[in-house]
Design a protein around this ligand. Structure first.
Ligand code: IMP
Length: 173
């Protein structure tokens, strides 16, 4: 049987997302921002973060392969859905659920950089510093968390738990 223990309650998430939004509004003052949401895990973060933005905002979505039923990365990243539009001259902000090993973000960062955006930054809702294998620039971070497998607020295990309003630690799967 699996057991869920709340790590970050919904009200703390809402508070932090507002803070990140304020910072982004400040940093992009006089410009616009093009959010690139990494499906599926970042859907909740994207939806909440975007609604805090006061600068002109557009968004697009891509998808990368996930772990499936496994809780450790294979290290291989596959693009399963590409963006609908190009990035040239856009101020691009990648919106990702979690930087674990960092391999997914590094892959995406390099791929999107090659499309010549005016600027490229990264917002990660969660980071697990203990598991980082590769360096990626993280411009906006929601929370640093310990090396535990978490679900909720977009993050899943085997496509379950994404709908939870909080972040919980999954034990015993
Ligand atoms: P990375 O490439 O190792 O940084 O892993 C990134 C991806 O793995 C994330 O976008 C998540 O989809 C998934 N992932 C990593 N850690 C967790 C976790 O604790 N819970 C759920 N998904 C995770």
């Amino acid at each position: 049987m699996s057991k869920l223990e709340i790590l970050i309650p919904a009200d703390k998430i809402a508070e932090r997302v507002q803070e990140l939004g304020r910072q982004i509004n400040e940093d992009y003052k006089g410009k616009s921002v093009h959010l690139v949401c990494v499906l599926k895990g970042a859907y909740a973060f994207l939806a909440d973060l975007a609604r805090t933005l006061e600068v002109p905002t557009s968004m697009d979505f891509l998808a990368v392969s996930s772990y499936g039923k496994d809780t450790t990365t294979s290290g291989e990243v596959q693009l399963t859905k590409d963006l609908d539009s190009g990035l040239e001259r856009k101020e691009v902000l990648i919106v990702e659920d979690i930087a674990d090993t960092g391999l997914t973000l590094r892959y995406l960062y390099n791929m999107l950089k090659a499309r010549n955006p005016a600027s490229l930054k990264v917002a990660a809702f969660l980071v697990k510093p203990a598991r980082r294998q590769v360096e990626v620039p993280l411009d906006y971070v929601g929370f640093e968390i310990p090396d535990r497998f978490v679900v909720g607020y977009g993050l899943d295990f085997d496509q379950k738990y994404r709908h939870l309003p909080h972040v919980a630690v999954l034990d015993g799967e």
